[in-house]
Each structure stands twice: as C-alpha cells, then as structure tokens.
Design a protein around this ligand. Structure first.
Ligand code: UD1
Ligand code: CA
Length: 467
C-alpha cells in the first residue's frame, strides 16, 4: 500500500536538559531519529519528510541521505509542525503516516499494521495506541461506548476521570492527506500549553462524523523518549535486542547485560564475548574469537580466532589468530597480520606488524612498518617524533630487536638483523648485522660489600635512612 511519511523532530526536548538536539542523542551508537527513519524506510514510502527546528542544521546534515527536511522555525506544537510540511506534499496524493522522532522502539511490522488498517477500513485516520500500566505523560485516547475513537486528550488538559484511561496515544497516525490538512485548519491553541496539537485532528474528524480506527501496539514499542532516564531505558531495550540477535546467530555472551554492542557491529559465530566489552562503530569480528573481558573496540576489523583481552582497540585491522593484550592500546592505522601479537602495556599507532611478528611487552611503536617473524624485545620503543615531525621506521623480516632498544626514526633494520639490549639506534642496521650502542661493562671487585659496611656503620651512629 502506497504511503508517504512525516517525522516530527523539531522540538527542543526540554526535558533532556541538553545542548544537543534531542533527536541526535544516541542509542547504541545511532541517533534516536535514525531508528524511526529506518523503521519507515523498510516499508518503502513514497517520500519521508522530517520536520526539523531546534538544532535543525545538525539534524538535517545527519539525515540528508535518508530523508528530506522542512523547517519549523517556531515550535508551536505538533499540529503546527505537520502543517509546515504541507507544501512538501503538493505532488502527492494518498495516505500519510505521521511519526515522532522520539519513539525509537517502533517496529516496521507495527507501522505496517497501522497503514493497512487505515487502508482496509477506508477510515479517515488510524491511530496507534497501547494499553499501559502507567500512562503518565501520554495523551489518553477517548473511546465511545461502542469503542469508536472520539478524540485524544493531553494529560495536562485531562479531567481526573480521563486520566484514569490506560489507552495511550503513541503519537503515530496514518491519515488520508486531504482529511489531515483540512482538519488541521480548524485546530486552535486553546489548551494548557497554548500549542497547536496534532491530536485535536482526531477529535475534529470524529466530530465531523468521520471514522477513526485504532491499532494497539505493545507498550514497549510505543515508549517515547523525553528524558535521559527514558533514553537509558530505550537503550537497554535496543541493546538487548542487538545482543539477542548476535546470540541467535551463534555468538556466546557471558553476562550480556554488562556489555555494550553498537548497532552496526557484526560478529561471526562461535565467537565469545566476555563481560564488560564495549564494541561499537563499524567493527567487524570474525568467528571463533575471544573478546574481553574489559575491552573497548571501535571501528576495527578482526579476523578469525583472535584473542583480545582488557584492551583499547580503535581503527585497527587485525587478521586471523592475532592476540592483543592484556592492557594494549591499538590506535588508528594499526594493522596486525595473522599470528601477530601486541602484548601487555603495548601501544601501536599507524604501524603494521607482519605475519607472526610480536611486540609482547611494554612498547610504543608508531609510524613503523614491521615485516614477518620479528620480535620486539620488552621495553623497546620507537622515538618517532622529534618535537616537530613524525618519522617512519622500517624493520624488515626476521629482525630481533633487543630489549629496551630506542629506535630513533627514521631508521631501517635490514632483514635478519639484531640490536643489543639497551641500545639507542639512530643509524640503519645492515641485513644480518648487529646494531649495538652502549659502553662496555666494568666490574669492581668488592665494591658492593664495602659500600654496605660503610652504610651500616653510619646507621648505627644515628643515620635517618632505613636500615
Ligand atoms: C505527544 C502527543 C501525546 C502522545 C505522545 C506520545 C501531542 C500534542 N501529544 O506528546 O498525545 O501521547 O506524543 O509519545 O501531539 N514536535 C515538533 N514541533 C513542535 C512540537 C513537537 O516537531 O512544535 C515534535 C517533537 O520533536 C517530538 C514530537 O513532535 O518528536 C512530539 O512532541 P513532544 O513534545 O515530545 O510531545 P509529547 O508531550 O510527548
Ligand atoms: Ca514525546
């Protein structure tokens, strides 16, 4: 059935107490508004018009690929917002679905039911409702004794007995275009908020003898987000849906309630996610991996059989059989090829680690290309920044970097070369050679014993040091 859609998204969202427009607040990594757009988009509407106002430019720029925007410069109410969209429907005839950008839990299936019920009944309007335990804050749907919709009354305008009604207005409607815009002409702002309420259209149509049908949805789908508390509640529900989808696809979660998985994350089967894992952005994880506990992984591509423990990984590409952590930080531009390892207290940035190469302990490697089968000894770091410029190092295949080597970039280590532990290497090391830079060790016989004896005597004479 053909339809077009209007999504109302111009309100400030006062109750959010935020400088960010309400619609742009994120739920599992994606704006609240884009959930609503996606639910509509799945039903192939003729067009989607989003009414923007507060933070309109921000909202418009984020949705420009998905929908057209019209501006409501003054927020005079939901009815006024729909009126503002009128011109955008000049060349459209048929039914219009009206939604709010702040009901992100709505599903396409339910929207389809709403559209179909209007079309099949040929009613002037269909309104989405829910029976809820606590209707506070919502408009109440007034039914006649024969269960015909007579109108909607906002809570603040409702009489005590109307407030008892547990059938709420979900703020989603499907109306015949002509009926909608002609009824809107009669809407006044004679109410507690002095706003032009879209909900009055329902009463006006009913008073004019038009038929209005209602569709009941589940309480959860109709939840509106008006405060940060409701934002967190919506995120918990959407987050659970996301994790359950992964579980249905064969991913194991231990204590899933402790992990956050963004909406665009993909995980292949037989991967296990341990507690406290935060995975977001365009992250893709292969199969048979062990992720967590305690990781933050963003915009990263991970192959199969990887193990990532207690680490930060952002903007990296990790191939199969890679091991990361505990306590590693992989920054954007990190590439670890298969069998590679970034171990404990290791930071990598804009660097490639070739196949089976390892940086096991206490290292910083930046702007460096490392070949295959390389081992970077504990405590070795690249000195890639001279205070003005960043420089690159190249470490060819089969190199062994001794512990605590300072790699002063730009510098190149030829294939199969080594460095002596503790060396400060600023010149290229030839293939198969040893780079060593340290003074020769000398041993002084008996020095330590003499030193201790002297110190002990001093202590007996009343020194203040520890014994
Ligand atoms: C609205 C309904 C209420 C319903 C509830 C469901 C009205 C008068 N009331 O109340 O019956 O139970 O939704 O969640 O419609 N907006 C604009 N321009 C404006 C005013 C609002 O674009 O001038 C947008 C808001 O950004 C929001 C939507 O319309 O997305 C609803 O506005 P909101 O103020 O949240 O209405 P509620 O009080 O929740
Ligand atoms: Ca609302």
């Amino acid at each position: 059935m053909d339809f077009a859609a209007i999504i109302l998204a111009a309100g400030l969202g006062k109750r959010m107490k935020s400088a960010t427009p309400k619609m742009m607040h994120k739920i599992c990594d994606k704006s609240m508004l884009s959930y609503v757009i996606d639910a509509v988009e799945a039903l192939s509407p003729k067009k989607i018009i989003v009414v923007v106002g507060h933070g309109g430019e921000t909202v418009e720029s984020q949705i420009s690929d998905l929908a057209e925007s019209v501006y409501q410069n003054e927020q005079l109410g939901t009815g006024h917002a729909v009126k503002v969209a009128r011109d955008a429907f000049k060349d459209y005839d048929g039914q219009i679905l009206i939604l709010s950008g702040d009901t992100p839990l709505i599903s396409s299936d339910t929207l389809k039911k709403l559209i179909d019920s209007r079309a099949e009944s040929k009613a002037a309007a269909a309104i989405l409702t829910a029976r809820v335990e606590d209707p506070a804050g919502y408009g109440r749907v007034i039914l006649s004794s024969s269960l015909e919709v007579k109108g909607v009354v906002e809570e603040r305008d409702a009489t005590p007995s109307e407030r008892e009604i547990d059938l709420i207005n979900a703020g989603m409607y499907c109306l015949e275009k002509e009926e909608l815009f002609s009824a809107l002409e009669s809407v006044s702002n004679d109410n507690d908020q002095k706003e032009y309420y879209l909900t009055d259209v329902i009463k006006i149509l009913s008073d004019n003898g038009k038929q209005i049908v209602f569709v009941e949805a589940s309480e959860v789908e109709t939840k509106g987000v008006n405060s940060r508390i409701q934002l967190a509640e919506a995120e918990s529900i959407i987050g659970n849906r996301i994790k359950m989808d992964h579980m249905l696809n064969g991913v194991t979660f231990h204590l899933p309630e402790t992990s956050f998985i963004g909406t665009d994350v993909t995980i292949e089967k037989d991967t296990t996610v341990f507690p406290n894992s935060f995975i977001n952005g365009r992250t893709q994880i292969g199969k048979d991996c062990e992720i967590g506990p305690s990781v933050k992984i963003s915009d990263t591509k991970i192959g199969d059989n990887a193990i990532i423990q207690s680490s930060y990984v952002n903007g990296a590409v990790l191939d199969d059989h890679v091991a990361v952590g505990p306590f590693a930080s992989l920054r954007p531009g990190t590439r670890i090829k298969s069998g590679g390892k970034a171990g404990t207290f290791v930071e990598l940035k804009k660097s490639t680690l070739g196949k089976n190469s390892k940086v096991p302990h206490l290292s910083y490697i930046g702007d460096t290309k490392i070949g295959e089968h390389v081992n970077i000894g504990a405590g070795s770091i690249t000195c890639n920044y001279d205070g003005v410029n960043k420089w690159e190092a190249v470490i060819e295949d089969d190199v062994f970097i001794g512990s605590d080597t300072m790699i002063i970039s730009p510098v190149r280590f030829g294939a199969g070369s080594m460095t002596g532990a503790g060396s400060v290497i600023s010149k290229d090391v030839p293939s198969g050679g040893l780079g060593i830079e340290r003074s020769e060790q000398r041993n002084i016989e008996g020095w330590a014993k003499k030193h201790r004896d002297k110190a002990t005597k001093k202590h007996k004479r009343g020194g203040t040091g520890s014994k």
